[in-house]
Each structure stands twice: as structure tokens, then as C-alpha cells.
Design a protein around this ligand. Sequence first.
Ligand code: NAP
Length: 234
Amino acid sequence: MSRTIIISGVSSGIGKATAHLLLKNGYRVAGLSRRTSKSEDILNEFPDRFLNLEADVTDVDSLKVAVDKVQEKFGQIDALINNAGVGHLGKIETAKLEEWHNMFDVNVNGLLSLTHICIPELINNKGHIINIDSVAGHEVYPEGVVYCATKHAVRVMSVGLEKELKGRVKVTNISPGPVETEFVEHTSDKEKVAQMKEYFKDVLTAKDIAESILFALSQPAHVAINEITIRPFK
Ligand SMILES: NC(=O)c1ccc[n+]([C@@H]2O[C@H](COP(=O)([O-])OP(=O)(O)OC[C@H]3O[C@@H](n4cnc5c(N)ncnc54)[C@H](OP(=O)(O)O)[C@@H]3O)[C@@H](O)[C@H]2O)c1
């Protein structure tokens, strides 16, 4: 039977490309996002193996309802891809406090909530957790300090989960460099958006990251890929 994968943030970018690639490779996918209309094209292409679920990773109850629906439809959960994330970049002195909080709520607390809900089932099924981190989880750069702090937290969770769950659940931390997605659009500092759009030209594609996720997922049972860092070659 094909494996069931939950992906958070499936309405655009890396999450959407990953859902599509995994479905093409025979997996069953439950995609979580707030804007489910943006994943209807995937649903139309794979009506039997794709579940398009509305959930906000900052709302624990909506996650519990969504995970229950995955169990109802597919009967099991084999892997969780914690992908939903936001980056509000810009200078410290003009940053909005609510955007700093939102980055921690989505990138860190959202990942914790979904992981906490899925852990028992993942342990039962000798499953797999894939956290979409960033090179920002390995480096710290100006005008991205709080985003880097959230992504360092993601990496620490990956490393810690891998140690504690060794032999029970595989854990993979994936750290992309710049990827051309909607990501840059969410920054409210328009000067920073323009600067980032320039920097994000001819970088990685969402499909490049999806391929690395498929690689990690499709290893034989005795192989665990723990860290993948991907940067544009330019
Ligand atoms: N693009 C890059 O350069 C880059 C580099 C390294 C790492 N990353 C990481 O890759 C991941 C995906 O980013 P992306 O580049 O694909 O960005 P994106 O195109 O903006 O996609 C972000 C996804 O996260 C979802 N999301 C945001 N807030 C959410 C919430 N409260 N509840 C549920 N879903 C939420 C969005 O769905 P809805 O808005 O529909 O809810 C969307 O599907 C993020 O963790 C990001 O930090 C990106």
C-alpha cells in the first residue's frame, strides 16, 4: 500500500511542488493550508490520493481536526513534512513586533503542534519527519535575525528529535538557500521585497527542493538521511 504523507503549507511554493511530485510517485498526500482553493488543481489531478485540508498551523484545534480527517480517509500517517513557514524580513528598527511573533507562531510553534499531534502515529508506523529548515538555520544575517532565530530552532528540533527517536522515526532536516516562490512577497517592507526579488532571480526552484524530499523519503528502511543543505550553484 502506498505511504501517506502530511504536508503543511501545500498551497504554494515548496509544499505544492512536493505534493505534486509525491503524488506523481504514487504516495498519498494530505495537504494543509489556509488557502485550499490554491491546491484545487492538485485535487482535480489526483482526486483519490490527495486530501485538501483547510488548517492554520497557529490553531491547534484546526490541526487536530485535519489530522483526524487524514486518519479517516487513509487510515494511517507515515510521514509528516513540516513545511509551512513565513519570513518577514527587514531592518530591526522598522520591524513590526506582530510579524516577529507571527514567524515564531508559524515556523516554530506550528511545527511543534503538528509534530506533537502526529508523533504517536509516526512512532507506531516507524514513520518519518521532514522539517523544512533553511540555510538561515545554519547562518545568521542582518535584516533576517528573527527569521534566522526561528530556523535555528527548527534545526535544533530536527537534531534533537533524530537523537531521541533513533530507530523509531526517521528525521530529516532540509535546509534550502534561496528558492523562487511566494515567500518574498510576505515581507511588508516593500523596499526589502524589491531587493529580495532581485536576489531571488535564477536561484533554486520549488521542484529542486521537492526532489530532495522525495530522495529522503524513498530511501530503504535501514537508511536515514538526516540533513540536506541545498544552495544555488552560481
Ligand atoms: N523560498 C525560500 O527561499 C526558502 C528558503 C529556505 C527555506 N524556506 C522555507 O520553505 C518553507 C516553504 O516556503 P516557500 O518558499 O514555499 O513559501 P511560500 O510559497 O510562501 O509557501 C508558504 C506556505 O506556508 C503556508 N502557511 C503560511 N502560514 C500558514 C499558516 N498559518 N497555517 C498554515 N499554512 C501556512 C502557506 O499557505 P497558506 O497561506 O495558504 O496558509 C503556503 O502554502 C518555509 O518553511 C520557508 O521558511 C524557503
